[in-house]
Structure formats: structure tokens, C-alpha cells
Design a protein around this ligand. Structure first.
Ligand SMILES: CC/C=C\C/C=C\C/C=C\C/C=C\C/C=C\C/C=C\CCC(=O)SCCNC(=O)CCNC(=O)[C@H](O)C(C)(C)COP(=O)(O)OP(=O)(O)OC[C@H]1O[C@@H](n2cnc3c(N)ncnc32)[C@H](O)[C@@H]1OP(=O)(O)O
Ligand SMILES: CCCCCCCCCCCCCCCCCC(=O)OC[C@@H](O)COP(=O)(O)O
Length: 373
């Protein structure tokens, strides 16, 4: 996939980053936070992993559905990718277990978190900004409201411990964009279309991120507000601030690709030729059918990357009603108050009435939909 992006389509990837941070890339364990707007953002992520020598140890908190994608999903399963159902009550245990396993990982790894949890669409953005408004958070223009649980638990569990081999030392706040408002697709890449990606990376030492969960959540919301400002600058100027330091593409992905082509495709073509020369109508029909099924399968896999075939996560008005918790987070004069109210289905418009200064004081009546504090 990386060879397709770099060598087949010739897509260029420019990195904007602080020169002082550059020597750390690929030499330490890190959590990567990335915006989720593009169909091939994961592919650009892999390209940077390849260039910094951590492709094999690039991890991600991925939606469970991807584990079932033939070949790629199975490969991810064996690469210890962390899967989630995007329902915190069900995910908490498995995510924590997977993070604990990552601590023993013998090589430098990058753990990618798309904190928005799903790809940006206008509808998801609108709903997510309704949530932001209800929580008293500033609206974002280019991002969905980040989901904080995954980030906070990752920061907590991958934080430095003396007895383990892997210690995450930094968060890489990364923002990806494509030049000239390009909307790249995997089909475009397969058709050899060239894109130009710009990636801005800011290295934030993990020590500077609060350990406490609610403070960490506030920190993440603030980060996304800053990311939004950065996107605004990019949309005006067409570039990110600061110097560019692009690592060059390396030949390994291409060599790997050529090796597998020679090993697999050449004998496969010979086999197909033999089958067609066999003269048996049954054999030929079966072969054609198999090829057709395989191409449908590949098309289905490509479909997994397409935003308009994306999930309905964050898309449902009803999800707002069903959310057990609505929190109002305000940060004034360095004093922080977290106001939380438990709400049931059907009382979505009344959230504001059920705020209480003390978390956990809210009683919830599932049958009547009423709250008492
Ligand atoms: C030098 C170079 C540097 C960098 C190079 C860049 C990158 C390279 C790095 C690595 C590459 C590696 C791999 C790439 C390869 C492949 C990747 C491909 C695909 C995988 C991607 C995915 O699958 S993304 C989807 C799955 N992942 C995630 O969702 C992660 C983020 N989510 C979380 O962390 C979540 O917290 C969770 C999933 C763990 C749990 O979610 P849940 O929703 O159950 O809980 P939350 O509490 O977090 O959310 C509920 C709260 O959210 C509020 N909210 C906000 N918006 C909405 C909304 N629209 N509707 C309803 N509710 C919403 C809600 O109010 C809740 O608020 P509370 O206050 O009550 O908490
Ligand atoms: C030479 C011939 C080459 C043939 C190449 C065939 C390529 C087939 C490639 C299939 C790649 C499948 C990888 C899927 C990765 C998708 C990652 C992704 O972006 O997931 C989306 C989630 O984050 C959020 O999902 P939504 O909630 O937005 O929904």
C-alpha cells in the first residue's frame, strides 16, 4: 500500500515540524493524534511510519469492523492493533488489556488515535457541535468534538514505568491536509493520481499532559481547539507555519512489492494461462467466476475506505438522547468545574436543567425519563 502511494501514484508528503523535535521521530514510543478528514489519511500515516522506520510497529485504536477486512484486518489482528466497538462500557476492559500488552512491545512504536472517532462529514459535524454547545465547549470548524476516553486511558496506561521496556515519552499532535483542496481517494491512488499531502507535527512531552482523567479530557478539548486554529491558518495561507523537513521516500516498500510480485504474480499468471489453455469450459468458467469474485472482494475492501460508505457512529440524533452522560466542562481563571448530568432518552432538550456541581449526584429514572438531583 505504501509502495502504491509513493511509487505508483508518486504522491508527495511534506512534513512541517520543529527541527529540535525531528531527531526524536522513530527513536521513541509515541502517541499520535491525527485529524480524520480524508479517505487515505491512514495511508499517509503509514508513509511517514515507513520513512521513520516504524511501519511494522505502527499501532492504532481501530474500529472492530476493520478486524474482519480480509488480509488487512487479519494482519492487523496479528500486529496487536487495538480494536474497539466505540462503546466505552464494552471497550474499557479490552482496550486497557491491549495497552498493557503494548507496554512490553520490544521496538519503538507509534500508537495512533483518531480522537474524533469517525471521519468528518457535514452531518456528523453538525451533531457533534450540538454536543459541544450543550457541554459549553467552543465550536470547532474543521474537527468533530474529540472523544476523550480513549486518549485519557492511553495516556494513563502508556505513561512511563520503570519496570517495562516500552515507555511513551511524547504525544505527536499531527494535522494532515492536502494541497489545493484535493480530496484524495484510494481509487485515485490505484489509478495513479498524484496528490500532495502536508503534515504538521508538534511534539508534546507526555509529562506536560495531566494524569487526572477530567483534566486530561479538558487538555484534549483544548488541543482540538488549537488544531482548529491551525486548520484555519492552512485554509487561508495554503501552508502550515514553520519549516519543512521532509524525510525522503525509501526504496524498501518498492523492493518488497517487486519481490512479492515476482514470487506470486508470475506463477499465478502462468497458472491462469494453463487453465485457459486446458480447453475445459467448466475450468474456464470457474476461473472467470473466481477472478470476478476476487475483484468484487477487492472493490468491497476499497469501499471500506470511502467516507460516503462510512459508519453511522456520531451520525445519529438518537445517540445524543441515549448518551448516559452529558458533561459541561468550563475552564475559568484556571479554576475547573466539571458539571455532569445523567439524562435519559426523550429529555435531550432539557439537559441544561439537570446540571449539578457534584458529579454522580444525579438519579436517573429509565422508565419515566425524569431526572432528580
Ligand atoms: C512524525 C510523523 C508523525 C505522525 C505520523 C502520523 C501517523 C502515523 C501513525 C501511525 C499509523 C498507524 C496506523 C494507521 C493505519 C491504519 C488506521 C486505519 C484505521 C483505523 C481508524 C479507526 O478505526 S478510527 C475509529 C475507532 N477509533 C476511535 O474511535 C478512537 C477514538 N475514540 C475513543 O478514543 C473513544 O473514547 C472510545 C472509542 C474509546 C470510546 O468511545 P465512546 O463513544 O463510547 O466514549 P467517549 O466517552 O469517548 O465518547 C462519548 C462522549 O462523547 C461525547 N460526544 C461527542 N460527540 C458526540 C456525538 N456526535 N454524539 C454523541 N456523543 C458525542 C458524548 O457527549 C460523551 O461525552 P461525555 O462527557 O459523557 O464523556
Ligand atoms: C496491485 C493491486 C493492489 C490492490 C490493492 C487493493 C487495496 C485494498 C485495500 C483495502 C484497504 C482496507 C483498509 C481499510 C482502512 C480504512 C481505515 C479507515 O479510514 O477506517 C475508517 C475509520 O477510521 C472510521 O470509520 P467511519 O466511522 O468513518 O466509518
Amino acid at each position: 500500500m505504501v509502495a502504491l502511494l509513493e511509487w505508483w501514484s508518486g504522491t508527495e508528503c511534506t512534513l512541517y515540524t520543529d527541527p529540535a523535535s525531528y531527531p526524536f521521530y522513530g527513536k521513541e514510543d509515541a502517541i499520535v493524534v491525527l485529524n480524520h478528514n480524508f479517505e487515505i489519511d491512514f495511508l499517509c500515516g503509514w508513509t511517514f511510519c515507513e520513512r521513520f522506520g516504524v511501519l511494522g510497529s505502527s499501532k492504532v485504536l481501530a474500529k472492530k469492523e476493520l478486524a474482519y477486512v480480509p488480509v488487512i484486518g487479519w494482519m492487523w489482528y496479528f500486529l496487536e492493533i487495538v480494536f474497539c466497538k466505540r462503546k466505552w462500557e464494552e471497550d474499557q476492559k479490552t482496550v486497557v488489556q491491549s495497552l498493557q500488552r503494548l507496554k512490553d512491545y520490544p521496538e519503538n512504536f507509534w500508537f495512533l488515535l483518531y480522537c474524533e472517532g469517525t471521519r468528518f462529514t457535514q452531518k456528523k459535524h453538525k451533531i457533534s457541535m450540538e454536543v459541544a454547545e450543550r457541554k459549553g465547549l467552543p465550536k470547532l470548524k474543521y474537527h468533530l468534538l474529540p472523544r476523550t476516553k480513549g486518549f485519557c486511558v492511553t495516556v494513563q496506561h502508556l505513561r512511563g514505568k520503570v519496570c517495562v521496556s516500552s515507555v511513551v515519552t511524547a504525544v505527536y499532535d499531527s494535522t494532515l491536509n492536502f494541497r489545493n483542496n484535493q480530496t484524495p481517494t484510494l481509487l485515485g491512488i490505484l489509478n495513479g493520481k498524484k496528490y500532495h499531502a502536508d503534515l504538521y507535527v508538534r511534539r508534546i512531552p507526555l509529562d506536560s499532559i495531566p494524569e487526572n482523567e477530567s483534566e486530561c479530557a479538558i487538555w484534549l478539548h483544548k488541543l482540538y481547539q488549537e488544531k482548529d486554529e491551525l486548520q484555519e491558518k492552512y485554509s487561508v495561507t495554503g501552508r502550515f507555519p514553520g519549516p519543512t523537513l521532509s524525510p525522503p521516500r525509501r526504496p524498501w516498500a518498492l523492493l518488497n512489492w517487486l519481490f512479492w510480485i515476482c514470487l506470486l504474480l508470475f506463477p499465478l499468471c502462468l497458472l491462469l494461462l494453463q487453465l485457459f489453455h486446458s480447453g475445459s469450459a467448466f475450468t474456464i468458467c470457474t476461473t472467470v467466476l473466481l477472478c470476478f469474485a476476487a475483484s468484487l472482494g477487492v472493490r468491497w475492501m476499497i469501499g471500506q475506505t470511502e467516507i460516503n460508505r462510512g459508519s453511522s457512529y456520531g451520525n445519529k440524533e438518537g445517540q445524543l438522547n441515549n448518551n448516559a452522560q452529558v458533561s459541561k466542562v468550563t475552564n475559568k481563571d484556571s479554576r475547573t468545574t466539571k458539571t455532569s448530568a445523567a439524562c435519559t432518552a426523550g429529555i435531550k432538550n432539557n439537559h441544561e436543567q439537570f446540571s449539578t456541581k457534584q458529579e454522580g449526584n444525579t438519579q436517573l429514572d429509565q422508565d419515566t425519563g425524569s431526572c432528580s438531583c
